[in-house]
Write a protein that binds this ligand. Structure first.
Ligand SMILES: [Zn+2]
Length: 120
């Protein structure tokens, strides 16, 4: 099974680069003990933010989860056409549940890049 990739500089719904918004997330509860005894956060979804592009934020805030889900699934499948659509649909749904479970307030604008650096 190929896991969904998670990159901080992409919208986690539709993979658009340079997302303008981010949703604050509750801290992750699940901790994993690795072989050497150190505790690590379970997976990349342990991030404190959920990045979202303008359009996905609009859909999410309008609670249009069906359109958002279709948009997210289409984005994954068109980027990786070798994926199994059913399995990928489950993974996208699971990811949405992660956001639902850890949602911690409305979206905030991602701070602009500093020192005149261009992004992307
Ligand atoms: Zn998006």
């Amino acid at each position: 099974m190929t896991l969904l990739p998670v990159q901080a500089d992409l919208c986690w719904f539709c993979r658009q680069s340079d997302p303008a918004w981010r949703y604050p997330l509750e801290p992750v509860q699940e901790l994993v003990t690795s072989l050497d005894g150190t505790l690590t956060i379970a997976g990349p979804l342990g991030a404190p933010w959920w990045p979202a592009c303008e359009f996905c934020r609009m859909l999410f805030d309008a609670k249009d989860y069906e359109t958002l889900f279709t948009r997210a699934l289409t984005a994954v499948l068109s980027a990786e056409p070798e994926r199994d659509p059913d399995e990928t649909g489950l993974q996208v749904a699971e990811r949405f549940q992660t956001l639902g479970a850890r949602y911690n307030g409305p979206a905030q604008r991602v701070p602009a890049a500093v020192d005149g650096l261009t992004r992307g």
